[in-house]
Design a protein around this ligand. Structure first.
Ligand SMILES: Cc1ncc(C[n+]2csc(CCOP(=O)(O)OP(=O)(O)O)c2C)c(N)n1
Ligand SMILES: [Mg+2]
Length: 363
């Protein structure tokens, strides 16, 4: 696959078309029917939660949130392949993979409500916190990959970044050294066509983002990120390659951020209705659903009956997060170092004085 879809060939890897029809059986991954339905349900759960969070934010019940809407196939495919012991190094738009790794929705809610506990995952092993400083997480991904190789462990690192992130030095340093060290890291670029309002064509003069792999001497592939089967297959082969010591791999997953950049953004200011409609036809959930319906594995009726249960479960976890109670001010400072340096201790005292002052001002 990596030969046939070498980025120099300028071909995007696809398995199904926009109507869920298989384009080339040779690439169709073997997935048990029951498992496939479970995966679809997980994607539906993630999408439902994502839409519901935007509505909680509009009610003033949660802070700024970056919607995953439209990018679910990428996160789901990674979620199927990532094992408990593998490392997940997220950016901030990978809800499906985080849930698959064992992060709870409640923990994600806590994170977006400002609690440090939202990053202290109770169940998910080997999962780094959400990373907002763009691309900085990839250096950790490369470093963890190095440690895995050094310790001769059978683990793979899944490192996520956006198209905008590929313009950061950290991206290039991480991919370069991962290539030099030949470490088991799968770099997944979610090319959702925008970095806030900046379109991908303004990020780079390269033919594609996948082609950057060539310069670093690593395997790369451009994949239709809205095609679940293509993402499944590409990640499956990437994991195999990494476990055989043939990593790292760079995947450019071509997708579309159907929602706003975050709840603080208004995409009507910088993109057209026509463009949105064009991508609507490529929606990842619709495509997988069409496939499932054509195979009689799923129906609109089943979807209608499961959605209220999902909504109730999402609400239940949200209300638990809402009732979490106040957090100690120290939480903001205590996780950066194992032993807190003096300047941070000073900042805690200053912050406490500020909170004290504020409580006398704000009624
Ligand atoms: C180092 C850094 N610079 C700027 C920002 C502000 N910022 C937040 S998201 C974003 C755009 C990121 O775009 P992309 O990498 O394509 O990811 P997407 O949001 O599309 O998932 C920017 C510039 C930041 N968080 N970190
Ligand atoms: Mg982007």
């Amino acid at each position: 696959m990596f030969n046939e879809y070498n980025p120099l060939e300028k071909k995007m890897f696809q398995v199904i078309d926009n109507n869920g029809k298989v384009l080339d059986k040779k690439w169709m991954p073997k997935i048990d029917n029951e498992k496939l339905v479970t995966i679809y349900k997980d994607m539906l759960f993630a999408r439902t939660a994502d839409l519901q969070i935007v509505s909680y934010q509009r009610q003033g019940r949660i802070f700024t949130y970056p919607p995953n809407y439209g990018q679910e196939a990428i996160a789901a495919a990674a979620g199927v392949h990532i094992k408990d012991n593998d490392w997940l190094v997220p950016a901030f738009r990978e809800m499906g993979t985080m849930l698959a790794k064992g992060v709870s929705l409640k923990e994600l809610f806590l994170y977006f409500m400002g609690y440090e506990d939202g990053s202290a995952f109770k169940k998910a092993k080997n999962t780094l916190p959400i990373s907002v400083p763009i691309a900085s997480q990839l250096l950790h991904a490369a470093g963890i990959g190095y440690a895995i190789k050094y310790n001769k462990e059978d683990k793979v690192v899944f490192g996520f970044v956006g198209d905008g992130g590929t313009s950061e030095g950290d991206f290039h340093e991480a991919v370069n050294f991962a290539g030099v060290w030949k470490v088991p890291v799968i770099f997944i670029i979610q090319n959702n066509q925008y970095g806030i309002s900046t379109p991908t064509k303004m990020q780079t003069a390269s033919e594609s983002l996948a082609i950057k792999a060539v310069a670093y001497g690593v395997k790369g592939i451009q994949v239709d990120g809205n095609d679940f089967f293509a993402m499944y297959k590409a990640i499956e082969e990437s994991v195999d390659a990494c476990r055989k010591g043939e990593g790292p791999i760079l995947i450019e997953a071509v997708t579309y951020r159907k929602g706003a950049h975050t709840t603080s953004d208004d995409p009507t200011k910088y993109r057209t209705k026509e463009e949105e409609q064009e991508w609507e036809a490529k929606d990842p959930m619709k495509r997988l659903k069409s496939y499932l319906i054509s195979k009689k594995l799923w129906s609109e009726k089943e979807e209608d009956s499961i959605l209220p249960q999902f909504k109730e479960e999402i609400d239940r976890q949200f209300i638990e997060a809402e009732n979490y109670g106040p957090y100690p001010a120290e939480d903001i400072f205590k996780y950066m170092y194992s032993e807190m340096p003096d300047d941070l201790k000073d900042q805690i005292s200053e912050h406490e004085r500020f909170l004290q002052w504020k409580s006398t001002k704000v009624k």
